[in-house]
Design a protein around this ligand. Structure first.
Ligand code: 9YW
Length: 452
């Protein structure tokens, strides 16, 4: 059954069609991030996809996370892409070579576990937060689902803890409470204007030639990063591969080093969630350490707020400068802060006229760049469109902080946006047009979360 792209009539149909998107993208042990554009497993997508899948069936949701965990490096890092094998892809009628850069460009064969093909960088550590959600959903249902989820939590906790240990050790040992990234891809918000400054100082040297494939799939290339941006992305990959992704050598080798405030807030929240799981599933000796990390990153994020704008900032480590730009990452404290005044101020901002409250918007949802900023590019990837997965992730953080009313309002607007039926990767904020890839897995997953 092929998902039709016609508008959706009601919530039952939304559920059926979202499930069909995930079923179509399911290659057995992994759901590809999108049917053609992204025919592999992405780290943070897998976590969102798993929570969506858990509304349908817990065993399949857990298998998705197991597949990701099987790619965890000895260091503890969970790679940002786990490449599908060719057989799986051909069976599903996909060309594996269709995604660029493929595993060859990464040169990770010695660093990743035997038999696993992966990239060599990470993505935001949202996993523990979503594992907690899945486990709580399953155990509240009880029965076989509950038992499976408990077993999963017990069995995999040491791996999630190693992932967090890696993040703290390899990316934040300076105790700043802020995580360092060595590539914009690590942030998950690839070409956000927040990285324009740092990227302007990346000058590709002797770069292996390359041919992009993404612009063959998304035919309107203006919705994707430019070739110049891609050259810089690949240059950084080459710099990291040249030092074999050795954590200790990255600071001396890579031309892009940024403290990522949004990733740091995700990490603060995830440490608290992991502490809750550790307490419940037999790792109580880890709880204190995890809560200390949660506090460290919560404070790091709070301290990154620009008093002039009320938005949290990234910091370019190579120039020492704060990056104060109006992007969605500025709302990082909504994921993590324990300061009621900061939370209240951020809520006023995000629902105000420069963000979700701009009356020109098709739906009252926060775009990836402020609608009043000259940096806004409403059709271009992370430079302006509304990303449904971000909407849900931020709303879910609000709900967890007791703000059920706001969650309900965002839910209503997000569902209204999705009823056009394409399950777009991102949406034009003023017209509601679906952009990027259609049938994007994490978009379908958050639709299922809204409906649960
Ligand atoms: C790419 C899969 C990924 C997301 C990222 C998003 C995009 C991949 O797609 O990056 O090749 O550009 O930026 O957050 O995980 O959905």
């Amino acid at each position: 059954w092929t998902n039709p792209d016609r508008p959706i009539a009601d919530l039952d149909e939304l559920r059926t069609r979202a499930r069909a998107v995930l079923a179509q993208n399911d290659k057995g042990t992994m759901v590809t991030a999108a049917p053609n554009l992204y025919p592999h497993q992405w780290s943070w997508d897998a976590a969102f996809v798993a929570t969506g899948l858990s509304t349908v069936g817990v065993p399949r949701a857990l298998a998705e996370l197991d597949h990701l965990l099987a790619a965890q490096w000895d260091s503890g890092m969970i790679p940002h892409i786990v490449f599908a094998d060719e057989v799986q892809l051909r069976g599903a009628g996909l060309r594996g070579a269709g995604y660029f850069p493929g595993v060859d460009r990464w040169r990770t064969e010695r660093a990743s576990p035997a038999g696993v093909k992966s990239s060599g960088i990470c993505q935001p550590p949202v996993h523990a937060t979503l594992v907690r959600r899945i486990v709580e959903r399953a155990t509240s249902r009880g029965g076989e689902d509950g038992r499976l989820a408990e077993d999963f939590a017990r069995r995999t906790l040491p791996q999630w803890i190693r992932w967090h240990e890696w993040m703290r050790r390899a990316r934040a040992s300076d105790r700043s409470g802020l995580v360092t990234i060595y590539h914009g891809w690590e942030s998950g918000m690839d070409n956000s204007p927040r990285f324009d400054g740092p990227y302007s100082r990346v000058h590709p040297g002797d770069l292996e030639p390359f041919v992009r494939t993404d612009t063959r799939i998304v035919e309107d290339a203006s919705q994707r990063p430019s070739d110049e941006e891609y050259a810089r992305y690949l240059w950084l990959v080459q710099q990291m591969a040249d030092v074999r992704f050795d954590d200790a050598r990255l600071p001396g080798a890579v031309d892009f080093q940024v403290k990522d405030v949004f990733m740091s807030a995700a990490f603060a929240a995830a440490n608290e969630d992991l502490a809750v799981l550790a307490e419940r599933f037999g790792h109580s000796d880890e709880v204190t350490r995890l809560r200390e990390w949660s506090a460290e990153f919560r404070e790091g994020v709070d301290a990154a707020v620009d008093p002039a704008t009320g938005l949290a900032r990234d910091r370019d480590l190579l120039t020492g400068e704060w990056i104060s730009l109006p992007t969605i990452a500025g709302f990082a404290p909504l994921l993590s802060t324990a300061d009621p005044a900061l939370r209240a101020a951020q809520l006023v901002l995000i629902e105000g006229p420069e963000w979700a409250g701009d009356p020109r918007l098709a739906f009252p949802l926060p775009p990836s760049t402020s609608t009043t900023s000259p940096l806004l590019r409403p059709r271009e990837y992370w430079r302006g469109p509304v990303w449904p997965v971000m909407t849900w992730y931020i709303a879910e953080a609000m709900r967890r902080h007791g703000d059920g009313g706001r969650y309900a309002r965002w839910r209503e607007a997000s569902i209204a946006q999705l009823m056009e039926g394409h399950f777009g990767e991102y949406y034009e904020p003023f017209t509601g047009e679906p952009l990027g890839s259609y049938h994007q897995s994490w978009t379908a997953a958050v639709a299922l979360e809204w409906l649960d």
